[in-house]
Design a protein around this ligand. Structure first.
Ligand code: PMP
Length: 360
């Protein structure tokens, strides 16, 4: 089979090296004659795998010692509920920034647990820019401020960090480990693994120690940050194989040169793709304000939408897979996470060039 570049938004492409290692170790992990998947989570073998993944994440993100790291079953959406359940406390109100469809989902879930103030964002407007913080309506009494640094569907990304006096909570699902961040700017960071960290079914949460408190009444035990931290994510059986795979991805990242290495390549990959789209503005469109174009999810349309099914068909035939945009937006979306090599973006640009020449 000829080479395929997978531009899926998530679950997304995994590094080939990681898949090969997982394949090689599948039936016989470290000479034990068993898969890591078959070992008890409380045994020394899996404990070592789990500890190493946490240590590697701490190293890659320079996570300070006053933050807990949880690896939990479920998706990023789990935290849409966990954040308000655990942080609302006596306050009963929280601020949310609404920059896209994932923000909206987080807001809808949080509304089940308290009063939600939309500090910024316009309900009906298409999301192509981020309102500056000077225009936000922040509530000083809020339990926390929640925002989505990268909106996976709309392809918009903050290149600045909100400055607030309440704990800052960030859904980093589609940009975690893609660029340097200062963990101390945040109260809680969470992310589903299936874009930059591994397979679906596991998520990570990085939680500042002082934010651990008793959750709202009737919070399920598994949704209790404090309890999960006390048990180091082992309150029940964690998703062991996924945790192992995340560990392989983190180890691969370290060997490649860490976040700095990927940040550089991600910047280059996204810049060349946007530059190409802008140069071919007669044929391809990206309406996102250049100050907040996502480095991870590059959305674009053909000026003539009739051409899009042909674009997608021919792209797939050329080994450029999963470029179809989200169903709510249509068009195309190239998700270019850490595992996407630069040559994949080069091939995409080459294809887009040929397509525009032929159909333009
Ligand atoms: N937040 C963001 C920014 C996402 O991109 C996604 C998934 N695409 C989610 C949350 C939801 O993640 P999950 O399906 O793992 O719950």
């Amino acid at each position: 089979m000829s080479k395929v570049y997978n531009f899926s938004a998530g679950p997304g492409m995994l590094p080939v090296d990681v898949m090969q290692q997982a394949q090689a170790e599948m039936l016989d992990w470290h000479g034990l004659g068993m898969s890591i998947m078959e070992l008890g989570h409380r045994g020394p073998e899996f404990q070592a795998v789990a500890d190493q993944a946490i240590a590697d994440l701490r190293e890659l993100m320079a996570i300070p010692s006053n933050y807990h790291v949880l690896f939990l079953a479920g998706g990023a959406s789990t935290h849409f509920a966990m954040v308000p359940l655990n942080l609302m406390g006596g306050k009963k109100t929280a601020d949310y920034v609404d920059t896209g469809i994932w923000s909206k989902k987080a807001i809808a879930e949080a509304r089940r647990y308290g009063n939600i103030n939309i500090a910024a964002g316009l309900e009906e407007e298409r999301f192509i820019s981020i309102p500056p913080q000077s225009e936000w309506n922040l509530n000083p009494e809020a339990a926390y401020l929640h925002y989505t640094p990268n909106e996976t569907i709309e392809g918009i990304e903050f290149n600045w960090v909100p400055e607030v006096n309440v704990p800052l909570v960030a859904d980093m699902s589609s940009m975690i480990l893609s660029r340097h961040i200062n963990v101390s700017d945040y109260g809680i960071i969470y992310a589903g693994a299936q874009k930059n960290m591994g397979p679906a079914g596991i998520n990570v949460a990085i939680i500042r120690e002082d934010l651990l408190q008793e959750p709202l009444l009737n919070t399920p035990s598994l949704y209790n940050y404090k309890l999960q931290c006390e048990h180091h994510s082992f309150y029940n059986t964690p998703p062991t194989y996924n945790w192992y795979l995340v560990g392989l991805v983190l180890d691969w990242m370290k060997r490649k040169g860490g976040v700095s290495h990927f940040e550089k390549i991600n910047q280059r990959k996204s810049e060349k793709l946007y530059q190409f789209i802008d140069t071919y503005a007669e044929f391809y469109i990206n309406n996102v304000d250049p100050s907040c174009r996502s480095r991870m999810n590059v959305i674009f349309k053909c000026k003539d939408p009739v051409l899009e099914p042909t674009f997608l068909k021919l792209a797939t035939e050329a080994g450029l897979a999963n470029l179809r945009g989200h169903k709510l937006l249509g068009g195309m979306r190239a998700s270019i996470y850490n595992a996407m090599p630069e040559e994949g973006v080069d091939k995409l640009i080459e294809f887009m060039h040929e397509f525009a020449k032929k159909y333009g």
